[in-house]
Each structure stands twice: as structure tokens, then as C-alpha cells.
Design a protein around this ligand. Structure first.
Ligand code: ADP
Ligand code: ASP
Ligand code: MG
Length: 414
């Protein structure tokens, strides 16, 4: 006899945004349990709870202690797990809710962006064996010395694939859209659902700011070969399956992404001598700030202008740090610009298809959108533009590549 199948499912904030929504999720989970599916259900905080908690912290102080902020934010998910467990009980099924710490998710100590180091699945396995639906608080973990941590905004996706990898079972991410589209369907109405996408493309989507999946979630799924699916919690329709690249026909462009959550810092007339880029990068690394993009251009007087793109939440701090470094690198000025955004085209054929860059730049030019910085890789072309032009840019690029009509062949009959 085959063992009872197990799946990890994750429901995001909108999917558990009200008591009615929690009842609906409980109904779906119980239906599948009665049909013989064991489930570990990861949930996010209800609706905009996490934003509201951050708002409250900011009313008290501009610089909340990272430890206390994580302590505060993890309460959001705790509300959801308890309510969902009660809703399942109400339907006559056994369920148990577990916090990140109770279900053995061990992280490092980087508050607000902790990384999972190990998962002890003993408690989850025991609860599953006893016939419980196991309901887990997403986005949180605990350090070996018992400090409560969070995994970064959107981190419940990562909790789900990490648990699926540890248990050796598939993962389904339930959200408020039908799956992964050629662009954010809330911005581009004619965007098309992608029934299949490769892990590599999905990684690029996530890294370029499409929040449909958290970047670490895709990295983990890719590394541990977790079968991953994105589906709607609102409609019972097929979603998107994330598959190995060799199962898919290569297409020049898979989709377009927009990222408004970035900022730019420019250092002007920096000395053109060895070691300058190292000093700038080290100063930011010492403060735990990641550089998303760095571009250096030479001036007529042989000095350099250096532009850095960092996450929006880091831009003010990065600006202050670089003002301290300014004299060491001989910069004339440090300019902080939080009002930039990034529009990217993603596809395995970007580098091998002539004219992709020209096409994208023309789409932006036709819309009167000025490009501030450009960065390219084998699989992506990204342009830094003004934040208030981002939505128009995503729509224009999507239209120019006619992605609403993208057809893609499946190889080897997936
Ligand atoms: P959840 O709360 O379920 O985690 P998120 O808000 O984090 O949901 O992610 C889902 C949202 O991602 C969608 O509502 C959509 O606006 C956005 N999104 C951005 N790019 C895409 C895309 N290419 N395909 C689908 N959704 C996208
Ligand atoms: N509640 C957290 C957030 O809003 C984690 C998540 O929803 O994935 O970022
Ligand atoms: Mg999310």
C-alpha cells in the first residue's frame, strides 16, 4: 500500500485576510484531508497586519531594536495559525498550530533577514502521524540561543519550501492571483498566465522584484528539487508549475518585472585609483547592506561617478555611511535618490536574441520614459527609471514584446 501523500501548502496574507477567508481555507484543507491528503499548512499574517505592526513600531521610534521588531512582527502569523486551527476544529478535524520555534525552524541571528540553518522535523512528523493537520506560522524561526527571528518580508514562501525540502514532499503556494504571469496582472491586465516556468526564470522573476515568490523560496526549491506550484486560493483553476529548464522550450523573453522598492546613491567625482570600489562596498557590507547594482562611469577629468542601487529600506542608512566614506575616496558629493525604480525583461534568450535591448529601450522611449542606468546579464535587461513611471514602463515593455500572446511549447510531455 502507498503511504498517505503529504504536501506543504502556504496561504498568503490576502488568502487569510478575514475570518471568512480563514473559514474558506479551512474548508479546502479539510476537504483534501478527508480525501486522504496529509497537510502542513504555512500561513502568513492576516491581510496588511505586518505593515500595521511596522507602522505602530515607527510611531514609537524611527529606529526600533531589530530584536524587538522581529518579536513584534512574528505575532501577526501567530494570530493566523491559531484562528485557522480553530476553524479546522470547527469543521470536525484535528489540527495543531505551531510557531516557527515550536516546529524546529532554526535560523542564524540576523534579525529581519534571518537565514534558515536547519529544520528539525520531529514534531511535525509526530503531529502528522497522529492525524493532525499541522498549521505553521510562516516567516519566523528561532536561533540556537532562543532568539525569535524573521526571514525578511514575504518570507512565508521560504518557510513553505524549506519545510517541503526537509520533509521531502511537494509545495503549493496559494495566493491572490491564479499563478505566475508574464507581468503583474494587477498592473498589466492583458498579462498571460504561465502554466510552466523554469526554476531559473522564476529565480530571475523573484530577484527582479516580482513579489509573487520570495527569492529564497525559489533558491531552496531549486537546490533541493522541491516540486513547486503557485495557485489561487480564490478559484479552483490550474496555476503555474515550476519545472526544470530542460522540460521547456527556450523563449527569448518570458516576462517583465517592476521593482519600486529600491533607491539610488550616487558618489560624484570619485578618485580614479585602485581600492576605491572596494572601500565603498566594504563600508556597506560592514553595515549588512547588500548592493543590488553598481555602475561606474568615467568623467573627462578622469574621475569616476559611481552609482549604487540598494533596497529602499537601506537607502537612507547607505547614504549616511557613504557620506562618512566620501573623504576617503575623494568624492565631491553623495546624492541620495529614493525615487527610482527598476523595470526588467527576463528570459533565457535575452543574450542570444539580437535586438532585445533595442526593443526594450524603444518601448520606454515611445512612452517618454528616460533611462537613468542600464544593467544587462545573460538572462535579464534592467533599466533604472523614475518611480512614478514604473507602471507605465512595465505596460509599455509588455506590449512591445507582445507578451500577452506568448505561446510556449512543453518539451518531453511534462
Ligand atoms: P501573498 O500575500 O499570497 O504572499 P503577494 O502579494 O506576496 O501574495 O504576491 C502576490 C502578488 O504578486 C500578486 O497579487 C501580484 O500583484 C504580484 N505579482 C507581481 N508580479 C507578478 C507576476 N509576474 N505574476 C503574478 N503575480 C505577480
Ligand atoms: N507577513 C510577512 C510579510 O508581510 C510574511 C509573509 O507574508 O510572507 O512580509
Ligand atoms: Mg508573498
Amino acid at each position: 500500500m502507498n503511504p498517505t501523500p503529504i504536501v506543504v501548502r502556504k496561504y498568503g496574507g490576502t488568502s487569510v485576510g478575514s475570518v471568512e477567508r480563514i473559514r474558506k481555507v479551512a474548508g479546502d484543507v479539510v476537504r483534501d484531508y478527508r480525501n486522504g491528503l496529509k497537510q502542513v499548512v504555512v500561513v502568513s499574517a492576516m491581510g496588511k497586519t505586518t505593515d500595521q505592526l511596522i507602522g505602530m513600531a515607527r510611531q514609537i521610534t524611527d529606529r526600533p531594536s531589530p530584536r524587538e521588531l522581529d518579536m513584534l512582527l512574528t505575532t501577526g502569523e501567530q494570530v493566523s495559525i491559531a484562528l485557522l486551527a480553530m476553524a479546522v476544529h470547527h469543521l470536525g478535524c484535528e489540527a495543531v498550530s505551531l510557531t516557527g520555534s515550536q516546529c524546529g525552524i532554526i535560523t542564524d541571528g540576523s534579525f529581519s533577514s534571518a537565514r534558515i540553518q536547519a529544520i528539525n522535523t520531529k514534531t511535525i512528523r509526530k503531529e502528522l502521524e497522529e492525524g493532525n493537520i499541522v498549521i505553521v506560522a510562516g516567516f519566523q524561526g528561532v536561533t540556537p540561543d532562543s532568539q525569535i527571528t524573521t526571514l525578511g518580508r514575504g518570507g512565508s514562501d521560504t518557510t513553505a519550501t524549506a519545510l517541503a525540502a526537509a520533509l521531502g514532499v511537494p509545495c503549493q503556494i496559494y495566493t491572490d492571483v491564479d499563478g505566475v504571469f508574464t507581468a503583474d496582472p494587477n498592473i498589466v491586465p492583458e498579462a498571460r498566465l504561465l502554466p510552466l516556468i523554469s526554476y531559473e526564470e522564476m529565480l530571475e522573476y523573484a530577484a527582479s522584484g516580482s513579489k509573487v515568490l520570495h527569492p529564497r523560496c525559489v533558491e531552496i526549491a531549486n537546490k533541493f528539487n522541491v516540486p513547486l506550484e503557485v495557485r489561487s486560493s480564490f478559484r479552483d483553476v490550474p496555476g503555474t508549475k515550476v519545472v526544470k529548464e530542460d522540460k521547456l522550450e527556450k523563449v527569448a523573453i518570458t516576462g517583465v518585472t517592476g521593482d519600486a522598492k529600491i533607491g539610488r546613491i550616487a558618489l560624484t567625482r570619485v578618485r580614479d585609483v585602485p581600492g576605491v570600489a572596494a572601500k565603498i562596498s566594504q563600508a556597506l557590507a560592514d553595515a549588512g547592506i547588500c548592493i543590488r547594482l553598481i555602475i561606474q562611469g568615467i568623467n573627462h577629468d578622469n574621475s569616476n561617478d559611481v552609482s549604487l542601487i540598494v533596497a529602499q529600506d537601506d537607502v537612507a542608512k547607505a547614504g549616511e555611511i557613504l557620506k562618512d566614506v566620501m573623504s576617503q575616496v575623494g568624492a565631491a558629493e553623495v546624492k541620495v535618490d529614493p525615487d527610482v525604480a527598476k523595470v526588467s525583461v527576463i528570459g533565457s534568450g535575452v543574450a542570444s536574441t539580437p535586438g532585445v535591448a533595442a526593443h526594450m529601450f524603444q518601448a520606454l522611449a515611445d512612452e517618454g520614459i528616460n533611462i537613468d542606468l542600464i544593467s544587462t546579464s545573460e538572462v535579464r535587461i534592467a533599466c533604472i527609471i523614475r518611480k512614478d513611471q514604473l507602471q507605465a514602463a512595465v505596460r509599455a515593455v509588455h506590449r512591445k514584446f507582445d507578451l500577452g500572446n506568448l505561446e510556449r511549447k512543453e518539451l518531453n510531455g511534462v
